[in-house]
Write a protein of this length. Structure first.
Length: 151
């Protein structure tokens, strides 16, 4: 069990899977992985990462984040809005007040990356506490170690 990165006391790995779907020449490479988590406060989390980018996609990958709640949700489309807008940085919000779209390209900066570089050079914790990064890696390694391997 790990201390949660989102405020509850513990974050428990529920299940995870890994596979090598398209990299047959490298049998130990995992080009797909996912994990489901259950926190002690009842919140659930799902993470997925893969190396699959269709040739027709207008970007090098498709990064999306979904935050689902009981009264609404937020979707972030980082690199593009598929088949609509080749620019990324779209935020969709749906709640009791309605549906909203914010195109935040050029309106929101990237202070994290500069802060992360400074953290590495200066041994500081501007971007995130070191404890946070270690817990995230511990959770990822545990999920990979316990993963069901799909043949």
């Amino acid at each position: 069990m790990l201390r949660s990165l989102v405020g509850s006391e513990m974050c428990i790995r529920d299940s995870s899977k890994v596979a090598n779907y398209r990299s047959g020449g490298h049998p130990e490479f995992e080009d797909f992985g996912d994990a489901t988590l259950l926190a002690d406060n009842g919140a659930t989390f799902y993470f997925r990462v893969d190396w699959f980018t269709p040739g027709g996609l207008g970007a090098w990958g498709d990064g999306r984040t979904f935050v689902l709640g009981t009264d609404g949700y937020i979707e972030i489309r980082k690199y593009l809005d598929v088949a609509r807008d080749p620019e990324g940085d779209h935020v969709y919000i749906v709640d009791g007040a309605g549906e909203r779209h914010e195109h935040v390209h050029g309106r929101v900066g990237f202070p994290f990356f500069g802060d992360l570089i400074l953290d590495c050079l200066e041994r500081t914790e501007r971007a995130m506490p070191q404890r946070h990064a270690f817990l995230a890696m511990e959770l990822a390694l545990e999920a990979q170690e316990r993963a069901v391997r799909i043949a």
